[in-house]
Design a protein around this ligand. Structure first.
Ligand code: AGP
Length: 620
């Protein structure tokens, strides 16, 4: 996810901005840039790649400008500037598409996070006024608009521009004619102000400026903020000036990077609603009606067979995706663990669509499986969270999950993002192939859009009880996870999370298979975690649970709100909102992630970096 930093103060601006971007690096990016005023002129340096490339570009510019690499003091009494780390959405990873963007005259510059949904329409309107954009980005359109509306007051021009924008975004603008002013807008994307001693900061996350100040002013959606050396003014949605709502943050830098959570894993569990919402927004762009789109409706209509490959959690997402594609779009789908697929002489044909799911985009087995499928003539689509990763280079097309960088080793937010992305694709396939009635399509689409809210609700309602439960069961020697249909990938994922971060032996099975062997493991000491969300097999599942209880084992269940029968079969039930059972995968996995998390913490384990595990597995 992109990062924003802005500064008004007495320090050497580019140093403060660069350091701020370093603090935002953990969010992931593929290019970066800064714009600031120096010696009465706007300077702008952008580069693709990491911040080291930007650092070299800055050093080269300084050396060319004054023969010195950098000087620690500001060259003007007040300096102001903006910086950005970009993760490409509109247009490729090029220097021209990197932020800051400016209008045609170079007078206005902006850095923007989020997506301007009507940017094509606005670009046409600007073209009618003879204003041409030079990049492929939506951000440049906003810079051009602000310049178009500018008549001597930047905040007024920004307000007029915002009035015609649709989408979700946060941006910070500056203008040559008001060199000491920054104007920021928050519209469904984070933006926060830092208030220092004779200096001001504005950023997409407090971590960008926590080293300099702990006084923050939080902005509400729709608000516009003006930063000048004299202070901060916030304008509410109706344009009335407000005093900034100031508070003090007492986190240390480490905690700040974790947004106040005790671990990255917990932070990332809480980020799931945003990861889902961002992924759905991005998917609307990728699966949209653009010409020559390999994932557009015309191409999807011709798909005859699909294969999904992935490892670990990504494989589990693939299992859920298969159910959606088969149920909704009636396309036969095979799912395989990538390490098996590549060696089993699979049958791949030119009309097969292959999805390689890998959050890191670097998992060797998945990459090898994708290359094999491509060599055999299939169209290969990478489903990944990492822009610029190998998977994006090896595929015919890319579908990005927008979960932001996942620091914890346990995949959490990337899993839910993968699942919703596959569901969005399944709905598009169903739309293209007309396999679902329009009202059913609309109902599922609506259900998908409501998932961020649903996940938030689940986290809030189950976190406390799950923690108590995990503390009670902390020394159980073995856990069996059961599920049927869409409950099975959830059970597999829950079991993987628990063994991965708390080193407790677990197994996961299709509940109907339990009597064919695993039942022998059950005793009074065995907690059996059951995902009981699929109504169509609920009676079958309940009879499987009777077999469990006959062995004296205790049942913990995840079930649908309103399901009465489950309480008779389980010692502890966690309820998730009622919706389509496939959509419930995203809701039902949350209690299991939290369970694994709290159990590991109760064992005093480091959940962010478990032993023997690396975030990216590049070798088999
Ligand atoms: C799950 O918590 C793991 N981190 C692991 O199973 C992971 O999903 C697997 O290694 C695949 O990684 P990838 O998605 O980056 O390819």
């Amino acid at each position: 996810m992109c990062g924003i930093i802005g500064y008004v103060g007495y320090r050497r601006c580019q140093d403060v901005l660069f350091e701020g971007l370093k603090r935002l690096e953990y969010r992931g990016y593929d290019s970066a840039g800064l714009a600031w005023r120096e010696n009465g002129r706007f300077e702008c340096v952008r580069s693709i790649g990491n911040l080291e490339s930007l650092g070299s570009a800055l050093a080269a510019r300084s050396a060319a400008a004054d023969g010195s690499e950098s000087s620690p003091v500001a060259t003007a009494i007040v300096s102001a500037g903006i910086g950005h780390t970009r993760w490409a959405t509109h247009g490729g990873v090029t220097e021209r598409n990197a932020h800051p963007h400016s209008d045609w005259s170079g007078r206005v510059r902006i850095v923007l996070n989020g997506i301007i949904e009507n940017y094509l329409e606005l670009r046409d309107l600007l073209a009618a006024e003879m204003i041409q954009c030079s990049s492929e980005t939506d951000a440049e359109v906003v810079a051009q608009l602000i310049s178009f509306y500018y008549v001597g007051d930047l905040s007024d021009a920004v307000r007029r521009a915002v009035a015609v924008l649709s989408g979700h975004f946060a941006f910070v603008a500056m203008c040559d004619d008001e060199p000491e002013t920054l104007v920021g807008v928050r519209h469904e994307c984070p933006l926060v102000v830092g208030i220092g001693d004779r200096e001001l900061f504005i950023a997409s996350s407090i971590s960008a400026f926590i080293r300099h100040t702990r006084r923050v002013a939080v902005l509400h959606d729709g608000e516009i903020v003006v930063l000048r050396p004299a202070g901060v003014t916030v304008f509410d949605v109706d344009g009335f000036p407000q005093a900034p709502r100031e508070s003090k943050v007492d986190w240390d830098e480490d905690r700040c990077e974790k947004d106040g959570f005790e671990t990255f894993m917990l932070k990332e569990i809480h980020e799931q609603p945003t990861a889902i919402a961002e992924t759905l927004r991005q998917t609307r762009v990728t699966l949209g009606p653009a010409e020559n789109n390999p994932l557009g409706l015309d191409h999807l209509r011709d798909v005859r067979r699909m294969i999904i490959v992935g490892c670990g959690t990504s494989y589990h997402a693939g299992l859920a995706g298969r159910m959606a594609i088969e149920r909704w779009a009636r396309i036969p789908v095979e799912v395989d663990v990538a390490s098996e697929f590549r060696y089993r002489e699979p049958i791949v044909e030119p009309d097969t669509l292959v999805l390689g799911i890998t959050q890191s985009g670097e998992t060797a087995d998945t990459l090898a499986a994708m290359r094999l499928a491509r060599a055999q003539g299939a169209t290969v689509v990478a489903v990944t969270n990492a822009a610029g990763s190998q998977a994006t280079r090896d595929a015919d097309a890319v579908l990005f999950t927008r979960a932001g960088l996942e620091v914890g080793v346990a995949a959490t937010k990337t899993f839910v993002a993968q699942v919703v992305l596959l569901y969005a694709l399944a709905l598009n396939l169903a739309r293209a192939r007309e396999t679902l009635p329009t009202d059913r399509l609309a109902e599922l689409q609506r259900g998908l859009e409501l998932l961020p809210e649903g996940v938030e609700q689940v986290i809030e309602s189950v976190d406390g009880p799950i923690r108590e439960l995990a503390e009670r069961l902390v020394w159980s020697p073995f856990f069996l996870y059961l599920g049927r249909l869409s409950g099975l990938p959830v059970a597999l994922e829950g079991a993987l999370k628990l063994k991965e971060i708390s080193y407790v032996p677990t197994d996961a099975y299709a509940a109907g298979e339990m009597k064919h062997g695993p039942i022998a493991l059950l005793s009074r000491d065995t907690p059996v975690v059951c995902v009981a969300t699929e109504q169509r097999v609920l009676p079958k599942l309940l009879s499987n649970l009777s077999e469990v209880r006959a062995r004296g084992a205790r049942v913990l269940a995840v079930a649908t709100e309103g399901c009465k029968q489950i309480a008779e079969h389980a010692e502890h039930v966690v309820y998730v909102p009622a919706t389509d059972p496939l959509l419930q995968v995203v809701l039902a996995v949350v209690p299991l992630q939290l369970f694994a998390y709290h159990l590991a913490r109760a064992r005093a384990l480091n959940v962010d970096q478990p032993r023997n595990l690396a975030k990216t597995v590049t070798v088999e």
